[in-house]
Design a protein around this ligand. Structure first.
Ligand code: AMP
Ligand code: ZN
Length: 467
């Protein structure tokens, strides 16, 4: 298994801390609104990473947080809490908003066949752990109190910019919206670990702490939640590329200051889904959701295929034309698979050979488009239908495109009806042939031809198309 590691900027051989086991952490959603399909691109690619690791034989434990407190509308630690803004917008409580959008997030994930991580932990469950870590950082001299907030002191680190060689643009990606300088900070990059005083006094959720009633900063939650479930050493930490700075940079700063040793070995960052006007963002207001594309008649799995067709380390541009193409490809691919002959004996040796090819291809830095190409390679071989189906079913443990699930995929009701009608006629013709009633079989074929439907007898069964 090979992975590009943002820490070293190289594709490296993946070696976990403990042989055969992988500790993996994923930054979860901020649940103040629906996830847009850009967010979900990150979760799809992280899902494939988890699944290819499992497919390759690793025992994976994956943890995800739910950001239900602390993520401010500016990553520079100023601005309103995103959760509170969502609650005001919808005239609900913050916890109602969190519950509603957490459920909506997992419903979207289910539609995209994204597996739920082994542990999902909302930040509001772990306030005591955050306070403990902040106390320890103060004791060790890595944090200071100013203006009634607690800040992490980045000047105490010899190498704060761990991801190195970052361009100015990359350093800016995480800094969104209205950035205003916080005068309490000793250094530009210092960040809040615990707020007791913010410009926005009406914070809905507050907890008692040694420094007064307040609430945690955003970054601390991921360090604490991952350590709570995965311990002091982590193998892979995932997130979208915008999380690299400042979120992940700050997570590393505080975690390693707290632990006194290296924390996570591999950093996996998914590049953005952009629309033609630029980066998709929840705060822009109008954004694309799974329900929206579903409402327009697209199968959410066509969007998953669209994502799998390109590499996670390249920006991806969304357009309806591109989605149409993916939807067309998906439909044809499923049809080809549905048409495979289900009879015959599975050639186990071939299955093993093709599984190894898949691990080699997709295990090479999550090369999903090679995985998709391999599907076509399998379809083109001389292997029997049963063997092809066994290999494709196995690949689908990782690709998760429901490739063996048969349904009448249709653009609209008329096509669905047509498909059902033709399939029934094909069955009738098959029965006629079985009874050696070739005159009836030919009559059915001609009847369909008159209606503009052509039947083809192939090695893989009867196929049909519009004339
Ligand atoms: P959020 O809910 O804003 O905390 O983001 C959830 C996840 O989506 C994070 O891993 C982000 O880095 C990622 N993300 C945000 N915008 C995009 C985008 N346009 N394309 C891909 N991933 C994104
Ligand atoms: Zn995080």
């Amino acid at each position: 298994m090979k992975l590009f590691n943002t820490l070293t900027r190289n594709v490296e051989e993946f070696v976990p801390n403990v042989e055969g086991k992988v500790n993996m952490y994923t930054c979860g959603p901020t649940v103040y609104h629906f996830a847009h399909i850009g967010n979900l691109r990150s979760y799809i690619m992280e899902d494939v990473l988890e699944k290819i690791l499992r497919y390759s034989g690793y025992d994976v434990k994956r943890v995800m947080n739910i950001t239900d407190v602390g993520h401010l509308s500016s990553d520079a630690d100023t601005g309103e809490d995103k959760m509170l803004a969502g609650a005001k917008r919808e005239q609900k409580t913050v916890m109602e908003i969190a519950k509603f959008y957490t459920d909506a997030f997992f419903a979207d994930c289910a539609k995209l066949n994204i597996k739920t991580p082994d542990v999902v932990e909302p930040a509001t469950n772990c306030i005591d752990s955050f306070i403990e870590m902040v106390e320890a950082l103060l004791e060790k001299g890595y944090a200071y109190r100013a203006g009634e907030n607690i800040y992490f002191d980045t000047s105490k680190l010899s190498n704060y910019y761990v991801f190195g060689n970052q361009t100015e643009e990359e350093l800016m990606v995480g800094v969104r919206d209205d950035v205003t300088e916080d005068e309490n900070k000793k250094n530009k990059n210092d960040f809040v670990l615990w707020f007791t005083k913010s410009k926005f006094e009406d914070q809905a959720l507050k907890w008692d702490s040694p420094w007064g009633v307040g609430y945690p900063g955003w970054h601390i939650e991921c360090s604490c939640i991952s350590m709570k479930h995965l311990g002091e050493y982590m193998d892979i930490h995932c997130g979208g590329i915008d999380n690299m700075f400042p979120h992940h940079t700050n997570e590393i700063a505080q975690s390693e200051a707290y632990l006194g040793h290296k924390w996570c070995n591999y950093w996996f960052h998914v590049h953005h889904l952009n629309d033609q006007s630029g980066k998709m963002s929840k705060s822009k207001g109008e954004f694309l959701t799974v329900s929206l594309i579903e409402g327009k008649g697209y199968d959410p799995l066509a969007y998953r295929l669209f994502c799998l067709q390109s590499h996670y380390r390249k920006p991806l541009i969304f357009s309806y034309e591109a989605l149409d193409q993916a939807a067309g490809t998906y439909k044809k691919l499923k049809k080809r698979i549905a048409d495979l002959d289900k009879n015959g004996t599975v050639d186990e040796a071939a299955v093993q050979e093709y599984k190894a090819k898949f691990v080699e291809a997709v295990g090479n830095d999550v090369n999903t488009s090679m995985g998709v190409t391999l599907l076509y390679d399998v379809l083109k071989t001389d292997l029997n239908g049963a063997t092809k189906r066994a290999i494709i079913g196995s690949y689908d443990e990782v690709l998760s495109l429901d490739l063996l699930k048969e349904e009448v995929a249709a653009d609209n009701g008329v096509d669905a009806e047509l498909e059902a009608y033709v399939l029934a006629k094909i069955e009738e013709r098959k029965a006629a042939k079985k009874e050696k009633n070739f005159a009836l079989a030919d009559a059915i074929r001609n009847e369909l031809l008159e209606q503009g439907i052509v039947l083809e007898d192939t090695r893989e069964g009867v196929k049909w198309k519009k004339a």
